[in-house]
Design a protein around this ligand. Structure first.
Ligand code: ZN
Length: 167
């Protein structure tokens, strides 16, 4: 499933002091900033958050990541596991409702060899699919940047406040 972001470029502005381990990690940077709308963060939980992929494989491609900088699936706490999976359920529910998605690809690329664009901070992909959409593998070599669509989609998805905040 090598369908992740083509870029992990970071803006130099707004950088905060970081340990060398997570320096330049966009998942850490975005979580630390107070610019959720600009960064397309949709929901924040206690230990994880939901963000739109800025280099989506398809419209409505969401990413769910722990706040904690880790590449290790095995290291996830019970709370992290529960919240990340709960966010994936909410993502599916919302994307079905507002985008009429017919199906989903949900998964993680662990490690560069598995196709992770950012392999130091794990994240769960939620990719909506529609009957008749382009073959999954045929578009993986090329990411599509759809800034207008991202903005519109962000607004639509963030209207679903009740679902995101439900416990
Ligand atoms: Zn990180």
């Amino acid at each position: 499933m090598a369908y992740i972001d083509s870029s992990n470029k970071i803006d130099n502005e707004d950088k905060k002091d970081k340990s060398s381990e997570n320096k330049g990690c966009i998942f850490c940077d975005y979580a630390a900033l107070d610019k959720d709308k600009e960064n397309l963060i949709l929901a924040r939980g206690n230990v994880s958050y939901v963000i739109m992929n800025k280099y989506p494989y398809s419209v409505g491609h969401l990413l769910i990541a722990p706040y904690r900088h880790t590449a290790s699936l095995v290291s996830l706490s019970e709370e992290e596991k529960l919240e990340i999976f709960t966010f994936s359920q909410k993502s599916v529910s919302i994307l079905q409702k507002i985008m009429n998605a017919d199906g989903f690809n949900i998964g993680m690329n662990l490690g560069r060899v598995a196709g992770a664009g950012i392999d130091t901070h794990l994240h769960l992909h939620v990719v909506p699919r529609w009957n008749g959409d382009i073959n999954f593998m045929s578009v993986t070599a090329e990411t599509k940047v759809l800034p207008e669509a991202l903005d519109v989609t962000y607004r639509k998805i963030s209207y679903e406040r009740n679902t995101w905040s439900a416990s």
